[in-house]
Write a protein that binds this ligand. Structure first.
Ligand code: ZN
Ligand code: ZN
Length: 148
């Protein structure tokens, strides 16, 4: 049981840390051609940038399948990546970008911080001057409520 939880948390954490790294150095780097579709207003529901979600999702499914017979560490890491993917979808795609109009603007302190930090990431549509590349790893200035 403890192994299952441990590897699930590990899979989740790997996604946030490697996601931060990939977003900053690959998506805002050599693969900007794909990621820039997420920094420009899009005319259709899907963006070329969704390929990244598809890629991470496929990795999770592959891990779950190869680990399924023995419910080994690969299975649980795959579950952790999937959980991250679901949460990422709700927070990033629905809450922040409102691709589906399911929620109003966030009211909790933590969700507001995620919202502000990711909006700051989208202040620019350029490759090089973006800030705040994680979803949960937020630069600390966004954790403070703005004084009004
Ligand atoms: Zn970006
Ligand atoms: Zn975004």
């Amino acid at each position: 049981m403890i192994t299952a939880i441990g590897f699930t948390v590990l899979g989740f954490a790997i996604m946030e840390f490697s996601g931060w790294f990939i977003h900053k150095y690959v998506m805002h780097g050599p693969l900007w051609m794909i990621h820039k579709t997420h920094h420009q207003p899009s005319k259709s529901f899907f963006e070329l940038n969704d390929l990244f979600s598809l890629l991470f999702g496929s990795i999770a499914v592959a891990l779950i399948l190869v680990g399924a017979s023995g419910l080994d560490y690969r299975f649980w890491i795959g579950i952790g990546i999937s959980l991250y993917g679901v949460l990422y979808f709700f927070l990033h795609d629905v809450l922040v970008h409102r691709r589906l109009k399911w929620f109003d603007r966030p009211k909790s302190h933590f969700l507001k911080a995620i919202f502000r930090a990711h909006q700051a990431h989208h202040k620019t549509n350029q490759k090089d001057d973006a800030v705040s590349f994680g979803l949960f790893l937020i630069p600390k200035e966004f954790l403070k409520e703005e004084e009004k």
